[in-house]
Design a protein around this ligand. Structure first.
Ligand code: ZN
Length: 365
């Protein structure tokens, strides 16, 4: 069976707002080409890179799905969807925090969610071995009725609820390795005992007020949410240690029907919105780790949705490493920073400090 790659050109057409980086233009903030860091380029260049290397020929390329309203309604209230649609029809605007959209933004967000719905459904039906959805706008920050952090619809939550409604899965793990806390996914499943949400993120990044280790879920979902906040500067060794020593056990003991990854690449070493030191190889090895878990636990069923990642230069190479691993292809895109980033990793004293943090979290579980 093959690896699916779900993309749609329309996802690259989402845009809006007048920003210079994270700052609204005005006062002393000069207008800037490119606007928000969440631009199409990092994603479009990933698609271009897999075309240029030929990796795309080893993937099952699919696209063109808009999520159905009934799928959106399992996560978002009609009042939110209707207000979003009305503003979108009227030319665009802003309904939350750093989530501007232009005319037709509603439909573009529904396409982004639809890619995740289709990718997860195809894996669960046994049509594909695993799948990657190049969803844009991203989804993991979006709350049911409040978009934030570039996220307008909760793509993965919508996909999971659609799969469960169709009887395709009962128990799902969401592992979020985006550098920011997956606050939207957490909130949606916080009281749900059948969806284990795990987020590895840089502490005190975004959002500032969520993502604490002590937030473990509530009600029937108590103990089924895990935040792993890490200090700025964690690199290759630290990420793999977290995966090995905390994440793997949690996923094993949960025994999911499928593993879903909120796949951000903003923990990479040159990301403008993160301060971590992961490399393309880090993402490749983490992919190996989750594939091995999926093979052991759920017949290899693994789906990833693209989240953040704002280095237009580096994201394509990180994504290529992940997709090569998922598909088992021999087509490579050597890391152009492969001579540099392995040398710019934390020293032994910092890695030892990170290990004390991991030990403390393990002891508290
Ligand atoms: Zn992020």
């Amino acid at each position: 069976m093959s690896t699916g790659f779900f993309f749609d050109e329309r996802c690259f057409w989402h845009g809006g707002g007048n920003y210079a980086g994270m700052l609204p233009v005005g006062g002393l903030v000069q207008p800037m080409n490119g606007g928000l860091p969440e631009s199409p380029e990092s994603k479009r260049r990933l698609k271009n890179l897999i075309d240029v290397t030929g990796l795309a020929r080893d993937l099952d390329m699919r696209g063109g799905f808009e999520a159905a309203r009934e799928d959106l309604l399992r996560v978002h209230p009609a009042s939110y969807l209707d207000a979003f649609k009305a503003m979108s029809d009227a030319g665009g605007g802003e309904m939350g925090r750093r989530t501007p959209f232009g005319p037709g933004g509603y439909e573009l967000a529904a396409v982004s969610a639809g890619l995740s719905v289709a990718a997860l459904g195809a894996v669960l039906r046994g049509d594909l071995r695993n799948a990657y959805a190049l969803s844009r706008p991203p989804g993991h920050h979006c709350l049911p009725d409040y978009p934030n952090g570039f996220c307008l619809m909760a793509n993965l939550a919508i996909a999971i609820e659609a799969a469960r409604a169709k009887g395709l899965a009962d128990r799902v793990v969401v592992l979020d390795w985006d550098v920011h806390h997956g606050n939207g996914t957490e909130a949606i499943f916080y009281e749900d005992p059948d969806v284990l949400t795990i987020s590895i993120h840089q502490e005190r990044n975004y959002p500032m007020d969520t993502g604490a280790f002590t937030d473990r879920g509530a009600g029937a979902g108590a103990g089924v949410n895990l935040n792993i906040p890490l200090p700025a500067g964690v690199g290759h060794a630290g990420y793999l240690a977290v995966m090995d020593q905390i994440v793997a056990d949690q996923i094993r003991s949960f025994a999911p029907d499928v593993i879903v990854i909120a796949c951000g690449f903003d923990a990479a070493a040159i990301d403008p919105l993160g301060r971590m030191l992961a490399t393309a190889e880090t993402f490749q090895v983490m992919t190996q780790q989750v594939m091995a878990l999926a093979d052991d636990l759920c017949d290899g069923r693994l789906m990833m949705a693209h989240e953040g990642g704002y280095s237009e230069v580096y994201v394509p190479f990180c994504g290529h490493h992940v997709l090569q691993e998922m598909s088992g292809s021999t087509v490579t895109a050597p890391d152009p920073f492969g001579e540099v980033f392995p040398l710019r990793q934390p020293g032994p004293a910092f890695d030892a400090f990170v290990q004390t943090q991991i030990d403390a979290m393990r002891a508290a579980l």
